[in-house]
Ligand binder design. Sequence first.
Ligand SMILES: NC(=O)c1ccc[n+]([C@@H]2O[C@H](COP(=O)([O-])OP(=O)(O)OC[C@H]3O[C@@H](n4cnc5c(N)ncnc54)[C@H](O)[C@@H]3O)[C@@H](O)[C@H]2O)c1
Length: 243
Amino acid sequence: MADSQPSSESDPHAPVDGESTPAAGPLGKKSELPLGLPQPAVGRLSLYFRELHRLIETGVTSVNSRQLGRLVDVSPAVVRRDLSALGTIGRRGVGYDVQRLVDRIGVVLGSGTEWNVVLIGVGSLGDALLRYRGFQRLGFQLSGAFDNSPRRIGTTIAGVTVLDAAVMDDFLVQKPAQLAILAVPADVAGDIADRLVRGGVSGILNFAPTTIKLPPRVAIVNVDLASELQRLVFAVQSNKSPP
Ligand SMILES: NC(=O)c1ccc[n+]([C@@H]2O[C@H](COP(=O)([O-])OP(=O)(O)OC[C@H]3O[C@@H](n4cnc5c(N)ncnc54)[C@H](O)[C@@H]3O)[C@@H](O)[C@H]2O)c1
């Protein structure tokens, strides 16, 4: 069974003390992470990656751990530790070459590769995800979208035509996808996930509020915005001074 971690466990700003245990990789799958990086560190790599791209756009060519730490709100020591796990890519007193660092993090996060992604469930959430432009920039190609509602089938959203979920299995044979996003109601998510696994998908991003059991070779990451809100409430309450 693949780990199904709540998204809060991947909080890149989580305390670093307990990070010695190697945990899930970018897709929640242990073997995907050659470096045994703990999951919060993987989350921070994504943040570094985003900020480094911004630096490149503004013509910055080198950055040190203090500057990078400030951009993602972590200490320079954490930045140095995270980046040292990628190999020797920084030089004392000089800092990191921004392009080299982006390339290295990109390899670790798999963003140098094109990932075919299918989306199942084109309701309110699926519709918004289809319209999100950020996926493509990171190499995620939405190759197919599926729904079982006649109101949705045949519509085109952000250039992707929604297909009947009944043809999904054949579609995956013709056009394999490595990843899938599940945005269907909880009661059908497990069955669809099984079909995706049989169709060769190796990672599922699951939005449905249910636990899905999959073979260990398939990674799953669960996204739960409600529990993120609870974390936010907890943080807000912790910051409040006692009455
Ligand atoms: N994780 C989160 O933070 C988060 C946030 C919002 C919604 N959700 C969950 O995401 C899912 C989608 O939410 P929504 O608001 O878009 O719901 P929605 O009802 O608007 O959309 C669900 C879509 O799934 C389709 N569908 C139903 N059964 C199907 C099947 N067997 N095959 C293919 N398509 C099927 C429906 O036709 C519909 O278009 C729900 O499970 C919801 O609880 C999670």
